[in-house]
Design a protein around this ligand. Structure first.
Ligand code: ADE
Ligand code: ZN
Ligand code: ZN
Length: 267
């Protein structure tokens, strides 16, 4: 996602933190700001010399063939451990350590956003980056409209970003997502002391995102690659953008609640 999507995920997650996680998060982030404020730190950091190693951690190149075939294979898709799934495990394991937990938390806030962006879970056309398309008459690419333009248009349709966040929170709490939000959390959810638990949960989240690649992202791209994507493509994507941002925030809160419950003492 672009900066708006990450901030929305951060704001939703902040709302669902329990009191223990809330106190860890505010102590760790301190003067850096709230979860929304630090949600795009990882996108600046990856362009620094020190942070260059983290570029491949923003996605997993699932090497299936959407829209014909979707499916995740860890040994094929994350062979050397340098993908978003292993990153989530690595940084979760650093949350209790005061010498590492600021960067770890900022990475997790960001990666729980990126893992719900369907094209951050696809190897096809470099995650859609090489698919040149038009949106509102301007040249852009398929990856970029999912990261940014379509999120900005959902914000505008909800009037502003704060209202969009509130609408998504209300959908989770008492609206159209209330009956399904529990099912968004992987049964492999973070389990303190489990070496592979975090990795398995994030693989479930990648598979969920990849499913949208087959059901919508690529099938509708193939059907009409020359359309202006601000029309029917955006209309059909709107509910996917909404639910994926909501999932990112809700899962992030649940993950941090579980992880911080496993920290002993002060940060
Ligand atoms: N670079 C290579 N694959 C990518 C993806 N799926 N998302 C973002 N950047 C990428
Ligand atoms: Zn992106
Ligand atoms: Zn990113």
């Amino acid at each position: 996602w672009g900066s708006e999507g990450h901030a929305i995920v951060g704001s939703i997650a902040q709302n669902f933190l329990d009191s223990n996680a809330q106190s860890y998060v505010s102590k760790i982030l301190a003067s850096n700001g709230d979860m929304a404020a630090v949600s795009s730190w990882a996108d600046s950091y990856k362009f620094t010399t020190a942070g260059a190693f983290s570029k491949p951690l923003h996605y997993v190149d699932i090497k299936d063939a959407p829209p014909t075939t979707c499916g995740f294979d860890e040994s094929r898709d994350c062979p050397n451990g340098g993908c978003i799934n292993t990153a989530i495990q690595t940084y979760t394991n650093q949350l209790c350590d005061a010498s590492t937990n600021l960067d770890a938390l900022r990475f997790l806030i960001h990666f729980f956003g990126d893992i719900t962006q369907p094209l951050h879970n696809s190897n096809r056309d470099v995650g859609g980056n090489s698919d040149k398309i038009n949106y509102k008459g301007a040249n852009t690419n398929l990856h970029h409209i999912w990261d940014t333009e379509m999120v900005q248009d959902r914000i505008a349709q909800n009037s502003d970003q704060a209202t969009y966040v509130n609408n998504l929170i209300n959908s989770i709490t008492s609206g159209s997502y209330a009956s399904q939000a529990a099912s968004w959390i992987s049964q492999h959810s973070y389990n303190a002391g489990s070496q592979y638990g975090n990795n398995l949960a994030s693989i479930d989240y990648s598979i969920d995102s990849d499913t949208y690649g087959c059901s919508y992202v690529w099938s509708n791209y193939d059907a009409n690659p020359s359309q202006d994507f601000s029309g029917s493509y955006f209309s059909g994507a709107a509910s996917i953008i909404d639910i994926q941002l909501a999932k990112g925030g809700y899962r992030l809160a649940q993950h941090l609640n579980a992880a911080f419950a496993g920290c002993s003492g002060s940060t």
